[in-house]
Design a protein around this ligand. Structure first.
Ligand code: FES
Length: 82
């Protein structure tokens, strides 16, 4: 199981964490990976100045935006799916 964690702490929430979570949820569904990739929320991940904080299996991702979520998903998640 691959876990994508999106911070929903107050700073990330104000920066649009729900949009990032929705984008990753869309990627999971589009690639048919429900049951293999799980999306979860976390409170402050101590990266408040980096935009919406996201990690995959605990490894921080580069800055996530609505526009680059699919690219991040392809780069950091798809290759890990077994
Ligand atoms: S609120 Fe998201 S990293 Fe701090």
């Amino acid at each position: 199981m691959i876990i994508i964690t999106v911070c929903v702490g107050s700073s990330c929430y104000l920066r649009g964490a729900h949009k990032i979570a929705t984008a990753f949820e869309g990627s999971i569904l589009r690639h048919g990976l429900r049951g293999k990739v799980e999306l979860q929320g976390a409170f402050c991940m101590n990266r408040c100045l980096e935009g919406v904080a996201v990690s995959v299996n605990g490894e921080p991702l580069p800055r996530a935006t609505e526009e680059n979520c699919e690219d991040l998903f392809r780069r950091y998640v798809l290759g890990e799916v077994k």
